[in-house]
Design a protein around this ligand. Structure first.
Ligand code: NAD
Ligand code: DAO
Ligand code: ZN
Ligand code: ZN
Length: 380
C-alpha cells in the first residue's frame, strides 16, 4: 500500500532554538491537504539565509522550525485540487510563490506574490500552511515550516503555488541550487540590475549568490568584473568564472570604494552587494559612477544598523534597487533555468564545492561559517 494518505515518519534537521546547532530528528509529515503537495527531497544545499534564521540576533523567528529552502525532489503525493503535479514528477520547491492571480503576479514589474505580503519580512513568512497549521510534528509538538519549503527534511509539504515541475532528466543533486542561490545571484544581474554588454561591474561577496551574480554579469556581456571579498580564498574560483580583478578590502590602505573609483576612472556601471551589511551596501553604492551607475542589494544582514544614503548620491544620477529571488517569476522561470543548465548556458557545477550525506549537515554549516565552501549539497 502506498504512503499517499498516511503520515510519513522521516529524518529532518530541526532548529529548536536560536544559537543552537540543528538537531537531526525523526519527524512526522502529515499528508498534503487541498492544493498541497508532499515531496521526497533528494538533495538540498545550504544558503546563508539558513544560518540567519538561527542567529540569536534575529528575534522574530518562531521555533521549532525545519529550515532549508534550496532543494529538489520528487512528488510523493498530492492533495485534493492539485492539477499541475502528479506522483513521480521532479520538482523544485519555491519560497517565492506565484499564484498567477494577484496584483503582483499579474504585474510584469515584480516577482512578488500577494501570499508573501502578510508580514514585512519574507524570511519569517510562510511558516504555516494556508489553513494556519503545520504538516510537521516532532516529539508530539508542531514544528514550523520555513519560507514555505523546509527542505532539510526527507519529506516536506508545500503549497502547489510554491512548486515548479522540472525536466524528467534533471539532475536533482545539481539543480537544487536553482531553488535559491544560483537564481538569486544570476537574476540579480540579468533581471534586476539589467547588466549591459561592455559594462564594468563590481560584485561584493563571492559566496554562492555572489558567484552566481558574476556568472550573470558574464552572460550579460560585461567586459570588466571586479570581484570583492574579505576572504581571498574565493578569488581562484571568481577568476575562473570571469572576474577580471579581485580585491580584498582588508589588504587595502584606502576604503574599497575609493580604490574601485580610481581603477575605473570614476566608478562602475553596476555594483551588486551579495555580502549583506550596511558597510558593503554603502561601498557598493559609493563605487557606482555618477550619471547612470546602478547599485543592486541582494545580501541580508541580521541585526545590522541599516543603510544611510546621502541624497546627493542619487541626485547625481545613481540608482539603487534590490532583488528577491533574482526577480524571477518562480513557476514560470525555474523550469526554464533548469533547461538552460542542461543546455550549458551556465555552469552550476562550479558552485558546488562539497556533496555530503544529509547526516553531515553540521559539517556543511561549519564549512559555510569557515568560508571554505561555496555550496554544499546534502543528499538523502
Ligand atoms: P555566503 O556566506 O556563501 O557568501 C557571503 C560572502 O560574502 C562570503 O564569501 C564572505 O566572505 C563575503 N563577505 C562577508 N563580509 C564581507 C565584506 N565586508 N566585504 C566583502 N565580502 C564579504 O552567503 P550566500 O549564500 O552567498 O548569501 C549571500 C547573502 O545573500 C546572504 O546575506 C543571504 O542571506 C542573502 N540572500 C539573499 C537573497 C535574496 O533574495 N535577496 C537570496 C539568497 C540569499
Ligand atoms: O532566499 O535566501 C533567501 C532569503 C532571501 C530573503 C531576502 C529578504 C530580505 C529580508 C530582510 C530581513 C532582515 C532581517
Ligand atoms: Zn537562500
Ligand atoms: Zn500571486
Amino acid at each position: 500500500m502506498g504512503t499517499n494518505s498516511k503520515t510519513i515518519k522521516c529524518k529532518a534537521a530541526v532548529a529548536w532554538e536560536a544559537g543552537k546547532p540543528l538537531s537531526i530528528e525523526e519527524v512526522e509529515v502529515a499528508p498534503p491537504k487541498a492544493h498541497e503537495v508532499r515531496i521526497q527531497i533528494i538533495a538540498t544545499a545550504l544558503c546563508h539565509t539558513d544560518a540567519h534564521i538561527i542567529n540569536p540576533k534575529f528575534k522574530e523567528v518562531l521555533f521549532p522550525v525545519i529550515p532549508g529552502h534550496e532543494g529538489a525532489g520528487i512528488v510523493e503525493s498530492v492533495g485534493p485540487g492539485v492539477t499541475a503535479f502528479k506522483p513521480g514528477d521532479k520538482v523544485i520547491p519555491l519560497y517565492t510563490p506565484q499564484c498567477k492571480k494577484c496584483k503582483f503576479c499579474l504585474s510584469p514589474l515584480t516577482n512578488l506574490c500577494q501570499k508573501l505580503s502578510r508580514v514585512k519580512n519574507p524570511i519569517i513568512d510562510q511558516e504555516l500552511m494556508e489553513d494556519k497549521t503545520s504538516r510537521f510534528t516532532c516529539k508530539g509538538k508542531p514544528v514550523y515550516h520555513f519560507m514555505g519549503t523546509s527542505t532539510f527534511s526527507q519529506y516536506t509539504v508545500v503549497s502547489d503555488i510554491n512548486l515548479a515541475k522540472v525536466d524528467d532528466d534533471a539532475n536533482l543533486k545539481k539543480v537544487c541550487l536553482i531553488g535559491c542561490g544560483f537564481s538569486t545571484g544570476y537574476g540579480a544581474a540579468i533581471n534586476t540590475a539589467k547588466v549591459t554588454p561592455g559594462s564594468t561591474c563590481a560584485i561584493f561577496g563571492l559566496g554562492g549568490v555572489g558567484l552566481s551574480a558574476l556568472i550573470g554579469c558574464k552572460v550579460a556581456g560585461a567586459s570588466r568584473i571586479i570581484a570583492i571579498d574579505i576572504n581571498s580564498e574565493k578569488f581562484t574560483r571568481a577568476k575562473a568564472l570571469g572576474a577580471t580583478d579581485c580585491l580584498n578590502p582588508r589588504d587595502l590602505d584606502k576604503p574599497i570604494q575609493a580604490v574601485i573609483i580610481e581603477m575605473t576612472n570614476g566608478g562602475v556601471d553596476f555594483a551588486l552587494d551579495c555580502a549583506g551589511g550596511s558597510e558593503t551596501m554603502k561601498a557598493a553604492l559609493d563605487c557606482t559612477i555618477a550619471g547612470g551607475g546602478s547599485c543592486t542589494l541582494i545580501g541580508v544582514a541580521i541585526g545590522d544598523k541599516g543603510l544611510t544614503i546621502s541624497p546627493v548620491e542619487l541626485i547625481m544620477g545613481r540608482t539603487i534597487n534590490g532583488t528577491f529571488f533574482g526577480g524571477w517569476k518562480s513557476i514560470d522561470s525555474v523550469p526554464k533555468l533548469v533547461t538552460d543548465y542542461k543546455n550549458k548556458k551556465f555552469n552550476l557545477d562550479a558552485l558546488i564545492t562539497d556533496t555530503l550525506p544529509f547526516d553531515k549537515i553540521h559539517e556543511a554549516f561549519d564549512l559555510m561559517y569557515q568560508g571554505k565552501s561555496i555550496r554544499t549539497v546534502l543528499t538523502f
